[in-house]
Design a protein around this ligand. Structure first.
Ligand code: ADP
Ligand code: F6P
Length: 482
């Protein structure tokens, strides 16, 4: 069986190993390597409509099929509906959603375009795995074109409480199209529950059966079809990442950074420059930390690496300006001639360089306001030296919090709690650091990106029902109705 992956971004291996920031590429690249498969997506090129082409690139056993976007498609599909409507709503930022019908039709048009191109390459036995919020209606479009293949969908970002989803105009039409997939995967059990609550509320009165399978998946019987829904948290290869970090710690790049700290402790943050990552709130918590724990001034440096992302969108531009201003203000307030409290950098680094920096950092500060998973949290822990590990401070609103119960879990909206977590992390005794690290790494090591991909694809291949317990979800439906 051949695997066809579909996602907006596609990561083609480069000789330099350079990396665009983004969790989806990081987990899908190793998954594709395991299969003789095709990865289908956007070429990253925006061209006039008449020049839009689809090209095929062969690298070892993997095939990449890349389609350009026209200027109009990029504006309405990518910048518009995907990233100015769906992204904010899925991250609970309904205040930032800017809906208009033109963007919705651009979104549908690009899904049609992808369906046309996919229908040309997909063979009847192929397994199709579609990724993320850019392609919610793709299975529906493929079914319209006669494809009967098994098609799975995985949402890398959160699925919010139904009250947030229903803010989206025409949500019923868009989200009903998800029911054309055979398997729908989310990052956490919480996302699955939100989705099922949404389906139950919206489909009340229609003929939908909701059952819980014994393998913790939920089964929807709808329109004579069976759709399975489950949590498949993305993971990373912890052993490989630790090895990479150990090697990188010896590199001249990391050594130079460590020397430049002049014995000071390092706190590290690594995030795309995105409002979901809570960067202004994080910097303000650092400011509070320096105010309330003056003894730590000049003894610790906070390095925030935040490569620019989606810079053509206004909110992202504003965020970039806000952050530069906050970092400047804090450095002006606490900095000294020989010490800059915050090093704020907008460039991307190789995965290896990041691994080395994580290992050198006493504290990993990962405080998104909402995040589907957050791989940086998992990378930070994996990169640590087991004998002398650093401490992860993690937002309770990141999907990763479900697997990192022994991190210092914080509410990123509460600057005081983040500031005191920083002080606690810096002062934490070695035995406690080791205990926390051991617990987290044990859990993370059970779930690499390979295991994640294999689990999802196994489920997609074997769609038979394992056994159901009709009651639990019907009870939920009833309590929802009251
Ligand atoms: P998201 O998918 O929202 O960007 P994640 O934390 O899940 O968030 O994934 C981000 C991925 O991008 C991680 O693997 C991280 O190492 C990588 N990344 C983040 N910042 C950089 C950077 N400056 N340079 C290179 N890779 C980065
Ligand atoms: O995980 C969220 C995500 O949308 C990924 O799909 C992608 O890797 C990353 O953010 C970067 O976003 P964009 O593709 O819009 O640059």
């Amino acid at each position: 069986m051949r695997l066809i992956l579909v996602s907006n971004r596609v990561s083609i291996p480069t000789d330099s190993g350079s990396q665009r920031a983004g969790g989806l590429e990081v987990v899908l690249a190793p998954t594709l390597k395991r299969y003789e498969g095709v990865w289908f997506g956007w070429s990253g090129q925006v061209v006039p409509r008449a020049q839009v082409t689809t090209k095929t690139i062969q690298k070892s056993a993997q095939t990449y099929v890349l389609t350009d976007l026209s200027e109009e498609d990029h504006k309405e599909f990518y910048r518009g509906f995907a990233n100015s409507v769906l992204w904010p709503i899925l991250h609970y930022r309904i205040d930032l959603a800017e809906f208009n019908r033109r963007d919705l039709s651009g979104y549908m048009r690009v899904n049609d375009l992808f369906a046309d191109e996919l229908a040309k390459v997909a063979l009847s036995a192929d397994l199709l795995w579609v990724h993320d919020y850019h392609f919610i209606p793709l299975a529906d479009k493929l079914r319209e074109r006669g494809l009967t293949n098994r098609i799975g969908f995985f949402l890398h970002v959160p699925f919010p409480a139904p009250e947030f989803i229903t803010v989206l105009p025409h949500h019923e039409r868009l989200l009903s199209s998800l029911l054309q997939y055979d398997l729908i995967g989310f990052q956490t059990d919480g996302d699955v529950q939100n989705f099922i609550r949404y389906v139950i509320a919206e489909k009340r009165g229609s003929n939908i059966g909701v059952f819980e399978a014994t393998n913790k998946q939920v089964v929807l019987n709808f329109d004579g079809r069976q759709i399975r829904v489950g949590a498949f948290p993305v993971g990373i290869d912890t052993v490989e990442f630790e090895r990479r970090a150990r090697r990188a710690a010896q590199s001249s790049f990391v050594k130079e950074v460590v020397e430049s700290l002049d014995g000071r402790a390092l706190i590290i943050g690594v995030d795309r420059l995105d409002y979901s990552k809570g960067l202004p709130q994080r910097m303000e918590a650092v400011e509070l930390f320096f105010s309330n724990w003056p003894d730590w001034r000049n003894k610790v440096t906070y390095l925030q690496i935040a490569p620019k992302s989606r810079s053509e969108i206004e909110e992202y531009l504003e965020l970039a300006q806000t952050l530069s201003a906050i970092a400047g203000r804090i450095n002006g307030k606490f900095g000294e001639a020989a010490w800059t409290p915050i090093r704020y950098i907008n460039r991307a680094y190789s995965r290896t360089a990041l691994a080395g920096l994580y290992r050198a950092a006493r504290v990993g500060l990962v405080t998104p306001l909402r995040d589907g998973m957050n791989l940086v949290a998992k990378e930070y822990v994996s990169a640590q030296n087991a004998e002398d590990p650093g401490v992860l401070i993690l937002s309770r609103f990141a999907g990763a919090a479900a697997e990192c119960r022994d991190a210092l879990l914080v509410n990123p909206f509460d600057a005081e709690s983040v500031a005191s977590a920083i002080a606690r992390a810096l002062e934490m005794p070695l035995s406690e650091r080791r205990d926390r690290y051991n617990h987290i790494i044990q859990t993370l090591s059970l779930n690499s990106s390979d295991v994640w991909g294999a689990r999802f694809l196994r489920s997609l291949e074997q769609l038979e029902l394992v056994g159901t317990n009709a009651e639990s979800w019907e009870r939920l439906a009833m309590s929802d109705a009251t």
